[in-house]
Write a protein that binds this ligand. Structure first.
Ligand code: PLP
Length: 232
């Protein structure tokens, strides 16, 4: 099931990319495996998938321990600065840097043999109180700060817009993330050769690709319905 879902998804990504004249190879798929068991990740890995997204640090570390280097993980959950050490040690990319304190804490713990940790700044494009991410007005100063930390490599921006059924509204959030990215790039705060825009999930990745996403984070469309959070 997971394997055929991945095949279908890649086909869909290629179709959407074609409609907006984009090269599908410029769109990275992060398979969001939160709350799914290690076996699901193994199944996806055996189908050739490499990049996974996790929201819960402890769960992710256990999965990484079980899987080793055959897969790479992006951290996409809320990060507390007292958990920065395991985050800096275990993830290929941390997508949810949204305040200087988190950036500084990650920077402190990037392992010596690692050189640089790739990070994205999470932007709260909808100014949604229920969502984390930095206020769009403060992105520039955070980007300056992160650029001053030599062990972090600021690769781009991530967002999780407010939920709405209105496609035009969702699209406008994605577009505003891209606009912020372009502005930062002009100011030399994002890589001149191209920056990452992580946006779009199972329900709206088609809109995100049309608006320039380079990373889409898709869970249920690959793994099926997510198991409920087990309270311990
Ligand atoms: C869970 C999650 C996703 C994936 O959502 P789906 O609807 O399952 O595709 C993407 N991004 C973040 C930050 C998430 O927490």
């Amino acid at each position: 099931m997971i394997q055929s879902n991945l095949v279908q998804l890649h086909k869909k990504i290629a179709e959407i990319a074609a409609t907006c004249n984009r090269d599908p190879d410029t769109i990275k798929l992060v398979a969001v495996s939160k709350r799914f068991p290690v076996e699901s990740i193994v199944e996806a890995a055996e189908a050739g998938h490499y990049r996974f997204g996790e929201n819960y640090l402890q769960e992710a570390i256990e999965k990484k321990r079980a899987l080793g280097d055959r897969v790479a993980f992006h951290f996409i959950g809320n990060l507390q600065s007292n958990k920065a050490k395991p985050a800096a040690e275990n993830f290929a990319m941390v997508e949810t840097v949204d305040r200087p304190k988190i950036a500084a804490a990650l920077h402190k713990y990037v392992p010596d043999d690692r050189k640089k940790l790739s990070v994205l700044i999470q932007v709260n494009v909808g100014n949604d109180e229920a969502k984390s991410g930095i206020d769009p007005k403060e992105v520039e100063s955070l980007a300056e700060y992160v650029n001053g930390l030599d062990r972090l490599k600021l690769e781009g921006l991530m967002t999780m817009p407010p939920f709405t059924d209105d496609e035009a509204e969702t699209r406008s959030y994605f577009r505003s993330l891209r606009n912020i990215g372009e502005r930062l790039q002009e100011k030399g705060l994002l890589p001149a050769e191209g920056f990452e825009l992580s946006m779009g999930m199972s329900g709206d990745f088609h809109l995100a690709i049309e608006e320039g996403a380079t990373i889409i984070r898709v869970g249920t469309a690959i793994f099926g319905q997510r198991p409920a959070l087990i309270k311990t």
